[in-house]
Design a protein around this ligand. Structure first.
Ligand code: ADP
Length: 569
């Protein structure tokens, strides 16, 4: 297997099975065998022993060749007693004390198993509203979010990974202003990503500089008015200051809600790529596009891609079957809609290898071509599975029933961030540009190591301009733009997240969104000296190009950054 040293380290630390003394009970190969066996077992009812062995073998190969990887909880927990395999959950938060604390308890159970939770706090009554049973006043959504945050903090220690949450509040909630700026000091609500739930009505009011109404969540009656443009500007200002809140377009999530009879979509999972109904969970998986190229690295091997998509859909559909859900309600909803989220990783590395600049129309065209192919193939695969195994149980309540299209899964595609998966596969994450061509990693004994993007290293070696000195210099500067030692055509192709202008980030997100059932995880990177006008433009462009949401990050705006460019002694 071609796992890097870093990948092995990550897997050993958190993914491989250990005994109570921390001794490893399996190696990386053993992990993929365990997962393949557990996931293939869902096919036992549809094939004989020999057929099952073939399926298991195919699943194993896809993972061991780093062509497809399921989300982290599946790798960690499949074939083990915990058995919770999904990364994404959405829980309802009812406007009662019982409801709020029920939700906190359920979130704790999910975090313990490695899943992330999203919540809409929009149903909670506003700060200062009456509480009938006590005669007191309500403390409002933001104060309860702090309780959710504290619970997440406490569960952190014992779980498989630190819990992650998404908190959403509708733009027309009376406490919206408090919500927008509640992370400004960055010390509270640290375990949450925040997004403002924006409506089309609100965006029209922004466009025409009108007032809009804030509604009492219980009565839906207007209680106040705000100027839409002023509120939008404050969101922009806060995002400029520290990257939060992001925005999501609620009406778009619901326009693409394939089972509207089952309820409204109020929230997504923590990183924003998976809109879900309350109590729904979803398992994700990503195809490593870098390993889908033809042998000569001249283009993508669409035959191989088709094969991999088909197998991946079968794999993810099986995950639903063998998954152990943390709550009966989640079990019912998740098995009812059978949503899966197949996406990609290694996109930027693939573009570099093919000699296409991320910030070019050619890259956008290729994104359209690749993702529409994946989406069509995934849908066909789900239809074939429906013939073999039946449609999803809530099918009659779906738009597919009206269209007469039999589907095994209510949704098939999602673009995940692939934070850890991409590290395991050794490629660029999700559809993000390369973060750094080379960078300095602090290793455990306090020494520093220069890490070089493998695609760049190959280009530098074959172009005869590789040297350790140059790699250090690139790490220091953070880009190869205008670097004389690097040929101009290589400079143009190897663009980093900071070289790519914000509008190209958004265009790329929009291209993938056009062919994705669910949503796309993407951070639009801005340089440190970007202005609030730049942020406003990004938000507006994301709105105009039919993105489902957008998150920005201005370099250096938060104190703690995981990776730093330009830091070398
Ligand atoms: P991975 O690469 O580990 O499979 P991703 O970075 O693709 O995960 O994230 C996918 C989803 O997994 C996130 O949107 C979120 O729902 C969940 N997730 C990610 N990190 C965490 C975490 N630390 N705790 C809980 N859930 C997480």
């Amino acid at each position: 297997m071609k796992l890097s040293e870093n990948a092995v380290k990550v897997l050993e630390k958190r993914y491989l099975e250990k005994d109570e003394n921390g001794n490893l009970l399996e190696d990386c190969e053993g992990m993929f065998r365990r997962v393949a066996k557990a996931i293939a077992s869902a096919d036992a009812a549809y094939t004989d022993e020999k057929g099952l062995a073939v399926i298991e073998h195919e699943f194993y190969n896809m993972m061991a060749n780093l062509e497809f990887l399921p989300n982290s909880p599946t790798l960690m927990n499949a074939g083990r007693p915990l058995g919770q395999l999904s990364a994404c959950f959405v829980l309802p938060v009812e406007d009662t004390m019982e409801g709020i604390f029920e939700s906190i308890k359920n979130a704790a159970l999910i975090h313990k198993s490695g899943g992330g939770t999203g919540f809409s706090f929009s149903r909670l009554r506003a700060k200062g509203s009456a509480v009938n049973s006590t005669g007191g006043v309500a403390s409002g959504p933001v104060s309860f979010m702090k309780v959710f945050n504290a619970a997440t903090e406490a569960v952190k220690q014992g779980g498989t990974r630190r819990g992650a949450n998404m908190g959403i509040l509708r733009i027309d909630h009376p406490d919206i202003m408090e919500f927008i700026s509640c992370k400004s000091d960055n010390s509270e609500i640290t375990n949450f990503n925040l997004s403002v739930g924006i409506t089309e009505d609100f965006m029209r009011a922004v466009e025409h500089n009108l007032e809009y109404e804030l509604l009492d969540p219980r009565t839906k009656k207007p209680v106040a008015k705000l100027n839409a443009r002023e509120v939008f500007d404050i969101i922009v200002e806060m995002a400029w200051e520290n990257g939060e809140p992001g925005i999501i377009f609620l009406d778009r999530l619901n326009r693409d809600n394939v089972t509207p009879k089952l309820g409204e979509i109020e929230s997504t999972n923590p990183c924003g790529e998976q809109p879900l109904l309350p109590y729904e969970a979803c398992n994700l998986g990503s195809i490593n596009l870098y390993n889908m190229m033809d042998d000569a690295h001249k283009g993508l091997d669409f035959e191989k891609l088709e094969y991999t998509v088909r197998k991946a859909v079968r794999f993810l559909d099986n995950v639903i079957e063998v998954n152990k859900y943390p709550l009966p309600e989640i079990d019912r909803m998740t098995r009812g809609t059978r949503k899966i989220g197949l996406g990609v990783m290694g996109w930027a590395d693939t573009l570099c290898a093919l000699g296409v600049a991320y910030n070019s129309q050619a890259a956008i065209d290729l994104a359209d071509k690749v993702m529409s192919f994946i989406n069509d193939t995934a849908q066909k695969a789900s239809q074939n599975l429906a013939e073999l195994k039946g449609v999803f149980p809530f099918y009659e309540d779906s738009i597919y029933a009206q269209k007469g299209i039999k589907m095994r899964n209510a949704t098939t595609t999602t673009i995940a961030p692939t934070g850890t998966l991409s590290l395991i596969a050794g490629v660029s994450s999700g559809i993000e540009p390369i973060f750094a061509i080379s960078y300095i990693r602090n290793v455990m004994d306090n020494s520093e190591l220069v890490e070089v993007n493998p695609v760049f290293k190959e280009a530098a070696l074959s172009g005869n301009f590789y040297s350790d000195e140059l790699m250090k210099k690139i790490a220091r500067v953070g880009t190869v733009k205008n670097m004389n030692e690097v040929p101009t055509n290589v400079q143009e192709i190897f663009v980093t997240a900071h070289d790519v202008l914000p509008e190209w980030h958004v265009k790329m997100q929009a291209a993938f969104q056009r062919h994705t059932d669910n949503a796309v995880s993407k951070t639009v990177n801005l340089s440190h000296d970007a202005t609030t006008d730049d942020v406003r433009e990004v938000f507006t462009l994301a709105y105009k190009t039919q993105c489902k949401g957008v998150t920005i990050y201005r370099d250096g705006s938060r104190d703690l950054q995981v990776l730093n460019i330009g830091k070398v002694k």
